[in-house]
Ligand binder design. Structure first.
Ligand code: NAD
Length: 265
């Protein structure tokens, strides 16, 4: 299977108007991509980004949780450009704190899980027919480990990693490369509040570093892309002793909770 090189490729990047998605668009164009579609639910921002990127970028309005809209965009790009070489399924949301409510779960499942499913259903048949293509899921380190601040984000990102792995296994013989990007903290719109008051131990990368790292690893054919190398170590620790992992995560969780003395009555 050919590994991904951006030169002359046609790419769609969902959530392309901001953060990691925008940086992926920039890195792809810098690498010689033929055309990049900046697909985002915030169409005005996507238009501004595409304008700034130049004539090899176009904005597209897209809500990734809408299966018909994802299908329509895939058909439009295939018709206009003769095929989709790369689909970066990057759009994601962090909705709700703690266990979250019904709306947080519905939104998180719609974007963080079904957004990838709709995209896979829309673009993989065309890639299979052409015997080539690349499908990238932006999940999160929270999908390999746990983010105890939010259950909807953690659970849906675990599902995103599982889906990406399933696709990598089942599409391998079809000439399609599947990659899964699992960053820890990245300084973007999503983490604006938390990165400004980042506690000790939290390492925030810039979105451009994540995009650069992702393209390098895609060129090397690596499925799991870990811009923060220590995530590999954490994942190994979690897998080798789940009980100990839960105990240490619980200690970290408790440190974030107001102590009994300071809790108001
Ligand atoms: N920032 C981090 O620390 C971090 C860490 C790990 C993983 N991630 C993941 O990276 C991806 C990109 O996040 P980011 O940090 O760049 O955030 P961001 O908020 O800067 O960008 C997300 C973009 O997705 C768009 N979007 C949201 N819902 C959409 C929808 N339904 N359809 C289409 N577009 C939609 C937003 O308009 C926005 O432009 C997400 O999947 C996120 O979960 C981020």
């Amino acid at each position: 299977m050919k590994t991904f090189q951006p030169q002359d490729q046609v790419a769609v990047v969902t959530g392309g108007a901001s953060g990691i998605g925008r940086a992926l668009c920039e890195a792809l164009l810098a690498g010689g991509a033929r055309h990049v579609i900046v697909a985002d639910v915030q169409i005005d921002v996507a238009r501004r980004v595409a304008d700034a990127l130049g004539t090899r970028a176009t904005a597209a309005a897209l809500d990734v949780s809408d299966a018909a809209a994802v299908r329509a965009l895939a058909v439009q790009v295939e018709t206009t450009w003769g095929g989709i070489d790369l689909w970066c399924s990057n759009a994601g949301i962090n909705a709700g704190q703690g266990l979250g409510d019904a709306t947080d779960w519905a939104r998180s499942l719609g974007v963080n899980v079904m957004g990838h499913v709709h995209a896979a259903q829309a673009v993989l048949p065309g890639m299979k027919q052409r015997g080539a293509g690349c499908f990238v899921v932006t999940a999160s380190a929270a999908g390999l480990l746990s983010d105890f601040r939010t259950a909807p984000y953690t659970a849906t990102k675990h599902a995103a990693v599982a889906l990406a792995e399933w696709l990598a296994i089942t599409c391998r013989g079809d000439g399609i490369a599947v990659h899964c990007i699992c960053p820890e903290g990245v300084r973007t719109g999503m983490t604006k509040a938390s990165s400004e008051k980042a506690g000790k131990g939290m390492v925030f990368l810039e979105a451009e570093e994540v995009a650069r790292h992702a393209l390098e690893r895609m060129a090397q054919g690596e499925f799991l892309i870990l811009p923060h190398p220590r995530v590999a170590d954490y994942e190994a620790r979690r897998a080798s002793d789940r009980q100990r992992w839960i105990e240490s995560m619980n200690k970290a969780f408790l440190r974030t909770q107001p102590s009994a003395e300071t809790t108001p009555n």
